[in-house]
Design a protein around this ligand. Structure first.
Ligand SMILES: Cc1cc2nc3c(=O)[nH]c(=O)nc-3n(C[C@H](O)[C@H](O)[C@H](O)COP(=O)(O)OP(=O)(O)OC[C@H]3O[C@@H](n4cnc5c(N)ncnc54)[C@H](O)[C@@H]3O)c2cc1C
Length: 410
């Protein structure tokens, strides 16, 4: 096994951080009032204001021009083709240095590599359709969303009820999707619908993925779901009402849509896990700094053993998760399926981040609770990550399923 981080990955991470310093931070400074206050960023329905969306597009397009936004995309889509070890290093560095949830940075400098940007799912589009849409996505001008979950179907995706019926050269789709990231702002949606109820009820397929232009008649995403204390949201409810989609906009094969969800899932989960390791290191860095400054009972709090143990345990937790992450990234880069390893890594890293951010807040005392330090923002973000992309329970279900079917190598 060779986990060496290549010079290319190191230089690219430095390039990304340099781009953020030179290009994004001056914009953040110029628009500090807007970007520093959620109440200014969202309208009264919880939707992002046009000025914020414009700035996000500006950063995305500059990141795409610099080659960062597309660097993990497949070469056949015009991406840079960087592998998983590079992905986890760069994503960790970005989050370690930048901290949590900066409106212009997260999702704009590097997209979520599976559900937005040059997703590997786009490789399954018919060539003529790909030619029509991919350039706009690669340039950062257009964005995507991934419309699978519904109010009655999350972990158990076979239970979706959105229905597509063929009508000549088109499909007519009706139904509703919930919890769809970026849906209110996306130009295109990868929309999943039942095309064969019989197969679907037998859990043998029967679900098809469609590439949908969100400006089409019958597609609506005007309501969002704010979560965890935010005043607005990126997560939307999509309603489709007699939406007509051309047959050639089917992604992959009819009735085989759920297989697409497996195409880039390991890359997506690795990317999320690397974000967790980076944010945890950011939080630990804050805790170590504070422990060296804050004094109680005549000494720095870092001299109290109770605080030292917290710092040590945070480091142990991060080190274990990072080790698992890098090993799994290596396995995936070697073209191994690494199903249980990816699930273990996603569960370990997201759960580790919840513990580490919580402890970092404790080390800071009341200061840890302030909005100013943004530790509470990282902690809230950590709490969300144990649900999407497979909950912690579903990851354990996958791991146990693999063990029980003979995949016991560790
Ligand atoms: C921030 C965020 C962003 C999201 N973005 C998207 C998106 O872009 N596109 C999209 O399609 N979806 C998205 N989702 C939806 C997400 O995929 C689902 O919320 C997730 O799969 C869980 O489904 P659920 O919420 O319906 O919970 P349920 O499936 O109803 O589960 C409820 C509880 O039961 C547990 N559970 C369920 N089944 C089992 C089992 N077999 N064994 C043990 N425990 C079980 C779960 O772990 C959970 O604790 C997003 C969700 C969030 C929170």
């Amino acid at each position: 096994m060779d986990f060496t981080i290549s010079d290319e990955a190191r230089e690219t991470a430095d390039g990304v951080l340099g781009f953020i310093r030179r290009y994004v931070e001056p914009i953040e400074k110029e628009h500090a009032e807007l970007l520093g206050d959620e109440r200014a960023q969202y309208d009264n329905r919880g939707l992002l204001m046009p000025d914020v969306l414009k700035l996000k597009t500006q950063v995305r397009m500059a990141a795409a021009e610099a080659g960062f936004y597309t660097m993990f995309g497949h070469e056949a889509l015009g991406g840079g083709g960087l592998g998983e070890l590079s992905l986890v290093h760069i994503q960790e560095e970005l989050n370690r240095v930048c901290g949590p949830s900066r409106v212009l940075i997260h999702e704009n400098v590097i997209p979520s590599v599976f559900t937005n940007g040059l997703s590997p799912i786009l490789l399954q589009l018919e060539q003529s359709v790909r030619d029509k849409y991919v350039a706009g996505i690669a340039s950062g001008e257009k964005t995507l969303c991934f419309g699978l979950s519904e109010s009655g179907a999350g972990s158990d995706v076979q239970r979706i009820r959105t229905r597509a019926v063929r009508d000549g050269d088109e499909w007519v789709i009706n139904g509703s999707k919930q919890w769809i990231s970026n849906a209110p702002y996306a130009d295109y949606c990868i929309l999943f619908a039942v095309t064969d109820p019989e197969l679907n009820s037998q859990r043998r397929g029967g679900i098809t993925a469609f590439f949908v232009d969100t400006s089409s008649e019958g597609f609506d995403c005007s309501s969002v779901i704010p979560i965890l204390g935010h005043v607005g949201s990126r997560i939307g409810i999509v309603n489709v009402d007699n939406l007509r989609v051309p047959h050639d906009h089917i992604i992959g094969e009819v009735d085989e849509g759920l297989k697409l969800a497996l195409l880039g899932i390991s890359k997506g989960r690795l990317s999320m896990s690397a974000m967790c390791v980076g944010l945890a290191r950011w939080a630990l860095g804050m805790a170590v700094d504070y422990a060296q400054q804050r004094e109680t009972f005549g000494s720095k709090i870092g001299e109290h053993q109770a605080i030292q143990i917290k710092l040590a345990e945070m480091a142990m937790d991060i080190y274990a998760s990072k080790s698992a992450l890098v090993r799994t990234a290596w396995l995936v880069e070697q073209k191994q399926r690494a199903i249980k390893e990816t699930s273990m890594t996603k569960a370990m890293c997201t759960e580790m981040l919840s513990r580490v951010t919580d402890t970092a807040m404790q080390v800071h005392g009341a200061m840890g609770l302030t909005n100013e330090l943004r530790l509470e923002e990282a902690w809230r973000h950590a709490r969300t990550l144990r649900i999407p992309d497979g909950t912690s329970e579903i990851q354990r279900r996958t791991i146990a399923g693999r063990l029980l079917s003979g995949d016991s190598e560790l």
